[in-house]
Design a protein around this ligand. Structure first.
Ligand code: 5AD
Ligand code: SF4
Length: 423
């Protein structure tokens, strides 16, 4: 989401004639786009802002702006403790940036705008994308689910969907600019709804755009995953066989306290449907350990769900308290060392499952999109499978952006090794 928002901000500024520089010391304005989802991300921003302050000491006229969720969440603290930050803009205020920059240059005052909108979807504005394989296309913003650990509904506001027309226009433009893969983005991507068009309808429409080789999306909520969506994914050539299916926790007690609105049984039922309906699918997930009140027994249930589903990969987090959220008020916050111990055990189990899933692919021939020269050596390429796994293989006469058949020969950790088939 943040890459997409940064590209949008870049697009807005470039449209007004501003240019990006690779050398921060040359910049007349420095913006940092921020995320508040976990406190770890916030800590990094504080440290970056400290660097910008040092730059400003040598060059007082430089404008420093903090944009995005942290601006929304921490504006008072920033204004009070970081007076060198000139501009603070929340995620619904990016359109105002050019006008603010002009005024700021005249007036030299602090400018803060963190009002959330019920309508802003940035229709009609085109992000400035770096050349590459994948274009991120935002289709909806905000979230109305209010999971009790999550700050997003407070920093990004109410759920709103972009018109299919403007989404299709943006995807067509991305394809014309050479992007072969598109990832549709939203905090809660599959609760997309515009007039009578739902997420599955939109996915079908976008997948029909000529020249689009691969279509992905993230992040869905398990409750909005239905059979119709899975069948469309299975039927369509270019919709990738890969799904992010965030578990968060395995015990019903914790799920209820998280306000996730599904049970372990429902989650397992749909995980099975995903595997049954979409052949060769890759499933990734998000899991939080140490949610307030989580007992060892609750945690064991998370491990149990993992053992049944055997996710291909997982983003794993220690619970951290976020402002405004309901879970802050809960009793029985878990000690840091218990959280760490649970996270270690969870990661260990996930590594085992990733290896299990990857090893099952050995000897299979899969379609790989050639994406870049491998970090390993100039003689190798890396690309992703439809199921979203990285494969490293020796170069051939094919080109970057081609989809080619690759035989998987080995599986180490998260990466697969392969050989171009027919070579
Ligand atoms: N603590 C830990 N992890 C969190 N996430 C969201 N909020 C928190 C929090 N307070 C994780 C969830 C979500 C992912 C984007 O970040 O797993 O799916
Ligand atoms: Fe946060 Fe996702 Fe829950 Fe929305 S659905 S509140 S974005 S975790």
């Amino acid at each position: 989401m943040n890459v997409a928002d940064s590209e949008l901000i870049d697009g807005i500024l470039q449209h007004e004639g501003y240019k990006q520089t690779q050398n921060i010391d040359e910049a007349n304005a420095i913006f940092i786009n921020t995320c508040s989802v976990r406190d770890h991300a916030e800590a990094k921003v504080h440290s970056r802002l400290g660097n910008f302050n040092r730059i400003k000491k040598n060059k007082p006229e430089v404008i420093i702006g903090m944009l995005g969720c942290m601006a929304q969440n921490l504006k008072e603290e920033i204004l009070e403790n970081k007076p060198y930050v000139d501009i603070v803009l929340g995620p619904d205020s990016y359109r105002k940036l050019p006008a603010i920059l002009k005024n700021r240059l005249k007036e030299q005052k602090h400018i803060v705008d963190t009002k959330l909108s019920r309508f802003e979807v940035y229709d009609g504005l085109f992000p400035s994308r770096k050349e590459g394989i994948n274009a991120w296309v935002s289709i909806m913003r905000g979230c109305d689910k209010f999971c009790t650990f999550c700050i997003v509904p407070f920093t990004r506001g109410r759920e709103r969907s972009r018109s299919p027309k403007s989404i299709i226009q943006e995807v067509e433009q991305a394809v014309n600019n050479g992007f072969v893969e598109v990832t549709l983005l939203g905090q809660n991507v599959n609760s997309y709804k515009y007039d009578n068009i739902d997420f599955t309808d939109l996915l079908k429409k976008v997948s029909a755009i000529p020249g689009l080789l691969r279509l992905r999306y993230t992040s869905p909520h398990p409750n909005d995953v239905n059979e119709k969506l899975l069948e469309v994914m299975a039927e369509s050539e270019n919709i990738c066989n890969s799904i992010h299916f965030p578990l968060q926790a395995g015990s019903d007690r914790t799920l209820k306290r998280m306000n996730r609105r599904y049970t372990k049984k429902h989650f397992l039922k749909y995980a099975k449907k995903i595997h049954d309906i979409i052949p060769g699918v890759g499933i990734s997930t998000d899991i939080i350990v140490g949610f307030p009140g989580e007992t060892e027994k609750d945690f064991q249930e998370t491990l149990e769900v993992m053992d049944i589903v055997k996710f291909d990969s997982a983003y794993t987090f220690k619970y951290s308290s976020r402002p405004y959220t309901k879970a802050i008020e809960y009793d029985n916050h878990i000690d840091e060392d218990v959280k760490k111990d649970r996270l270690d055990r969870l990661i260990k189990l996930q590594k085992k499952h990733s290896l299990f899933r990857n090893r099952a692919m050995i000897n299979q021939v899969v379609d790989v999109l050639v994406e870049k020269v491998s970090k390993k050596s100039d003689e190798y390429w890396s690309g992703r499978t439809d199921s979203n796994k990285w494969v490293v293989f020796q170069k051939s006469t094919a080109n970057i952006k081609d989809i080619i058949p690759v035989r998987i020969t080995a599986a180490h950790g998260v990466t697969l090794k392969g050989q171009i088939e027919g070579k």
